[in-house]
Design a protein around this ligand. Sequence first.
Ligand code: ADP
Ligand code: ASP
Ligand code: MG
Length: 440
Amino acid sequence: MIKVCKFGGTSMADGTNMLRIKRILESDEDRRYVVVSAPGKRFSGDIKVTDLLYQTLEEVLEGGHVGSSYQKIADRFRGIVHELGLKMDIDALLSEVQNGIETVRTADYAASRGEYLAGRIMAELLKIPFIEASEVIKFGTDGRLNGATTYALLRAALRGVKRAVIAGFYGADAEGNVKTFSRGGSDVSGAIVARAVGADIYENWTDVSGFLACDPRIVANPAGIRSLSYKELRELSYMGANVLHSESIFPVREADIPILIKNTFRPEDEGTVILPTQKCRPSALPVTGIAGKKNFTVIFLEKSLMNAEIGFALRVLEILFRHGISFEHIPSGIDTMSFVIDSAELAHGVLQEVCKEIEEVVSPDRMNVFSDVALIAVVGHGMSRNVGISARLFSAIARTGVNVRMIDQGSSELNIIVGVDNANYERTVRAVYEEFFREN
Ligand code: ADP
Ligand code: ASP
Ligand code: MG
């Protein structure tokens, strides 16, 4: 049996927590390959090492060399090594990293050094080899993972290696330049390693006891989810349940490797298992979970006989395409169509330009733009088996007096997405949670 274990930022935050990791690994000899994040927050208000590294690069670009942010990073790593009583030359490593950041001068390289240093320390603590991620995780010229090369390189590097540490979050492009995944990407690295070695399970160790039905920062003590399908996970994580990176399912799903989310601070808790849909125990509740994100813009268009105007949507999409804008949803009616877009994509005057072009190209009778919209996704395979779920959802929202700006029911019947004003986001999530979880 092979288990690949990824430990997140809180689990790696200090020496005491790293010792917890050591105990977790020693309690099960199947836990052979370890993927680590950079040290995260130790307390609220603390700064993650990754954020300090991005600041370090800013300082280098401004002043030519590292500044106070790098001091903080160095102090943290020295403190960890001291706390663990390790006899490693951390100062030499810190100088090597400083030199690298000052010469390479890319955000990806700088940010990757948190995982690099954390991985080196973890390998020393566990007394097992450290595998350099940039030599085994490769991106193609399109910026996406080159799966075939990566899996072959990882397999070759780990062949005959009983246990090893691999730094999360980064790999290298075809020219060998360090490149990171998007934020939270160590989850993806863990999934890639699990796939490469044909793991029996991918254990993702974090600071909560599994996937919860709702963001615990919005609803206090939400119900835990015992099992989740890959599809439900994808919907929930994409829509903001950031306990797991939304792209981490792809490598493991292809090989049917279950993901187990566990709590480093309560290893005895059962956690959440993520499986293919057909292997999931049908949930007793119609809704499995709720997630959401703020800051979307809805461009609403109305035009009589839009239904008969062939190419209407295509022409609007062409405008978005030309501006390099990706959209989230396009709910439509007979004579109406809305384009829901992440507001960040429309910043710096792009929204105004896009609206002007829409006006010129498709001449809508009416165009309304709602900015500051939050999307809330209600997700669950059980929804398709239960009638009246949307009625319950919308009356729950209506009872709180919140105006719904947009509705989109995914064609898979796996989710319903509603848009509300940013200001009403938390209130709506709580109302929806109450409706589907408290009364059952
Ligand atoms: P790690 O550093 O271990 O990768 P993250 O901070 O990325 O951890 O993810 C864990 C956090 O995700 C939790 O502390 C919690 O605040 C947040 N979170 C948001 N939505 C959910 C959810 N539905 N279930 C569990 N945690 C959630
Ligand atoms: N350290 C990186 C981040 O903060 C990656 C990760 O933690 O997964 O985003
Ligand atoms: Mg994470």
